[in-house]
Design a binder for this molecule. Structure first.
Ligand SMILES: [Zn+2]
Length: 245
């Protein structure tokens, strides 16, 4: 997971116009109407929104940093769940959720289907659930979410890697909960990261040696630590000695 930079000018037209109008309607609805409202994936997941997110995220999942577009279309994920939230396991879904952020670009990210549908789902745990914004007039700034915000926070503050394993810096609750709720250490992604790590480790040995191709190996490692490369935080965390020099 790395920080995704979004600018005001990145907001797609469809969200500025139809999205904004739809939010205005939602804000006027009764709770009963909100519960039966059908969210419009043609708006939050429309082509222009998805294309913009793909470009801002270098076609990678906002959580696991795997390249999405090679094998699937990816999901447009709502950081704050639009239709209902869950604080902790076994809790029931609390509705209506963050309806006023359903078409808000700040709340939308591209995620792989596994991170979104199998792990994060409707989980949105807070440090204190009593501080939760339950309606649009409540202040979300009072919330202290336990899942890292992919653009407003820098994940490197909370997450690092030991080889292929994601770890929470200082064992923080936020780091641990993010790893758990986004499945960062699930078996399949760990295996993929490990296979990648092994190759990079060999490359790093060459880069640290006096062999003729050491310089080229170092350049390769640096390239793999760039934001457009898969698992870039893992690369940065493991090979910082080669990247910073
Ligand atoms: Zn993912």
């Amino acid at each position: 997971m790395i920080q995704i930079k979004k600018k005001v000018s990145d907001v797609p037209e469809i969200l500025k116009k139809q999205g904004k109008a739809e939010i205005a309607l939602l804000k006027k609805m009764s709770k009963k109407d909100l519960l039966s409202y059908k969210y419009k994936s043609s708006l939050y997941g429309g082509k222009s929104v998805k294309d913009k997110l793909k470009s801002l995220q270098n076609e990678k999942c906002c959580f696991c940093e795997a390249k999405i577009t090679v094998v699937s279309h990816g999901d447009v994920e709502h950081y704050r769940p639009k239709a209902g939230w869950i604080q902790k396991e076994k809790d029931k879904l609390s509705k209506p959720g963050y309806y006023w952020l359903a078409y808000d670009f700040d709340n939308l990210f591209l995620s792989c289907q596994i991170c979104n549908q199998k792990y994060k789902k409707n989980y949105f745990p807070l440090e204190k659930s009593g501080k939760r914004a339950n309606k649009h007039t409540d202040d979300i700034k009072l919330e202290k979410p336990l899942i890292i915000h992919p653009s407003k926070e820098n994940p490197t503050k909370f997450l690092s890697f030991n080889k292929e394993v994601a770890i929470a810096k200082g064992n923080s609750e936020k780091g641990l909960e993010t790893i758990k709720r986004t499945g960062l250490n699930r078996k399949e992604v760990m295996k993929d990261r490990f296979e990648y790590f092994e190759i990079l480790e060999t490359l790093a040995d060459i880069a640290r040696s006096n062999l003729p191709n050491a310089k080229k190996a170092k350049e390769q490692i640096k390239k793999k630590a760039q934001n457009d490369s898969i698992y870039s935080l893992m690369v940065k965390a493991n090979f910082s000695d080669l990247i910073c020099t």
